[in-house]
Design a protein around this ligand. Structure first.
Ligand code: PEP
Length: 250
């Protein structure tokens, strides 16, 4: 049985003080309840340290939004996996569509980042998903399949990997894939994983859905057989909404 995983991607939102406040509110609302779901929050780099202190004694994971693929050196503006590890991050998101769209990420650079994070002993959430044009052109499956195959190139062991299927047309737009639409793509991703790694790995791999998940649609999405939680953008910036989404998974 796969444990669901819900992660809030704060993107370029929240100062240090605001991040501390939001993380504290999330911890308070989660309270002592036993929730059968892994939970993470992904603040921007400068906010990681302080949010890490707020959550350090609980079960909420500290997640980074990206990493570089070299150990260190002349890469102005970049952040290494060792730096993120030293801040207490346990997961790193790679290949978010905003990185692909605005910062020139390709399947190859996503693969380099993913390999570096795994080599550092961290876990990775690799985002994949098609644009509206690609969906309308009927090539969703081939786009997502090549993102999976190329993003996971040279990886033998999937135990540190989570995938996040995020149709680009549904991110921050208020448009959500229907549970059936999302589950169909998740099933095809799982089939690709079965083909690459075998039945056991395909059964174990967690695939999150992302794209305008809200408290009002989370239960329906998370009840689909191939959807193992969510990567949450906008709704993760409000403690009430984020915690309601976590409860929908747990
Ligand atoms: C995201 O950016 O990962 C995301 C899913 O955003 P939103 O929930 O705002 O669509």
């Amino acid at each position: 049985m796969r444990k669901k995983i819900v992660v809030g991607n704060w993107k370029m939102n929240k100062t240090v003080a605001e991040g501390r406040e939001l993380a504290s509110a999330i911890i308070e609302q989660l309270g002592e309840d036993v929730i059968d779901c892994e939970v993470g929050i992904a603040p921007a780099y400068p906010v990681l340290g302080e949010v890490g202190k707020v959550i350090e004694n609980g079960d909420v994971r500290l997640v980074a939004q990206n990493c570089h693929y070299e150990d260190d050196g002349a890469y102005t503006g970049e952040v290494s996996t060792r730096m993120l590890d030293s801040l207490g991050c346990s997961y790193i998101i790679v290949g978010h569509s905003e990185r692909r769209q605005y910062f020139g990420e390709t399947n190859r650079t996503v693969n380099l980042r993913l390999k570096k994070a795994l080599a550092e002993g961290m876990q990775v959430i690799m985002c994949i998903g098609e644009t509206l044009e690609e969906r309308e052109g009927g090539i969703t499956e081939s786009i997502v399949t090549s993102q999976v195959r190329e993003g996971l190139a040279d990886i033998d062991d999937l135990s540190g990997v989570v995938l996040a299927y995020e149709p680009v047309w549904a991110i921050g737009t208020g448009k959500t894939a229907t549970p059936e639409q999302a589950d169909a793509v998740h099933a095809s991703i799982r089939a690709t994983i079965r083909d690459m790694y075998g039945e056991a790995a395909a059964k174990e791999l967690r695939i999150q859905y992302g794209g305008s998940v809200k408290p009002s649609n989370a239960v329906e999405l998370f009840s689909m057989p191939n959807i193992d939680g969510g990567l949450i953008g906008g709704a993760s910036l409000k403690a009430d909404d984020f915690v309601a989404i976590v409860r929908a998974a747990g």
